[in-house]
Design a protein around this ligand. Sequence first.
Ligand SMILES: C[S@@+](CC[C@H](N)C(=O)[O-])C[C@H]1O[C@@H](n2cnc3c(N)ncnc32)[C@H](O)[C@@H]1O
Length: 252
Amino acid sequence: MTDSQPVEATTASGETFDHRARLQQMFRDSPIPADELMFNLGLYVRSSLLVKFLVMDDLYRRFVSVPGALLEFGTWRGQNLVLLENLRAIHEPFNKQRTIIGFDTFTGYPEDAGMAETALTEHGGYNSGSDYPRYLAELLETHEGNSAFGHLRGNHKLIAGDVTQTAPKYFADHPETLVAFAFFDMGPYEPTVAALRAIQPHLVPGSVLLFDELTWTGAPGEAIAFKEVFRDIPYRIEKCPLYPSKSIVTVR
Ligand SMILES: C[S@@+](CC[C@H](N)C(=O)[O-])C[C@H]1O[C@@H](n2cnc3c(N)ncnc32)[C@H](O)[C@@H]1O
């Protein structure tokens, strides 16, 4: 891969890649010292990332009054988990009951996941390395330490392994769990249906679910899993206003 090739699923081409590569280069060669850079990261944030922050903030406002955990199925580097902890610190700084839980193999898609070759090579197949959960756990705890009641840390959890096994086990071991929010971002049918079945008894009126590719006809697994599990659950569904390929489901 050359510097001018994309490193993310994209519809951009040509000149856009050049600007993207230039931005990456300018970030790498930034003349700004590290302490100032941490406070000026927005200099390098593109709209394609900013929109994800905005969407998550919109969702947080919707489920802020719903008790329960915030889940992400398909965590990758854990950016959304960190984002959710920071939104928690903004929207409900004194709520230390809010547990954020990320599920991922952390070694990428299982070999038999039936993913297209292009998806498997994207971001190195999403292999973060078996040591990564330790780094991410420390990162999350450091963010908690920076928030109000920073002495109360270690509230969040990373569950490593194949979701088809870890999700049923996690919820069997924690039957008391309520789910306020869950983001489904794995794609294939098997892990999605396993995660949906595992959380279904823990949903409450007002629970918000975000689906990454419910309307993507090229990969129907997520939609089939959703329709199967939600056959008898009353819900409202809408297209995500700022990110039309994502869908928001609210349990009634
Ligand atoms: C598209 S990435 C997630 C991106 C992340 N949600 C974000 O917004 O940054 C999909 C993730 O799902 C994970 N994944 C795929 N199949 C899985 C399975 N059966 N069990 C656990 N994790 C899985 C992969 O390891 C990968 O990190």
